[in-house]
Design a protein. Structure first.
Length: 89
């Protein structure tokens, strides 16, 4: 059957460089000047770079980070991921 799951849906003819915005809520456990430790619903790849928008009482800030470590854990009976993010830039 054509048009099913295994058929190609979209393919770029030329590689492109760009930005992908994905909104995901995370829980920040600790933060210092060098790293953040967070809990996420989805795993993150070691070495992956991203920018986080942090919202706190003091206001909003945007931080560039790189994933240093991502480990599955159980939180309130659900699988979550404890992630260590190194602050870059």
């Amino acid at each position: 059957m054509d048009g099913r799951r295994h058929d190609t849906r979209y393919r770029l003819s030329k590689p492109v460089e760009g930005t992908f915005i994905c909104f995901q809520a995370i829980d920040v456990e600790t933060r210092d000047e060098q790293e953040l430790r967070v809990v996420s619903d989805t795993p993150l790849r070691r070495g992956e770079r991203m920018r986080l928008e942090l919202v706190a009482k003091e206001g909003r800030s945007i931080v560039s980070v790189r994933v240093a470590d991502s480990v599955p854990t159980i939180v309130d009976g659900n699988v979550r991921y404890r992630v260590r993010l190194g602050i870059i830039g």
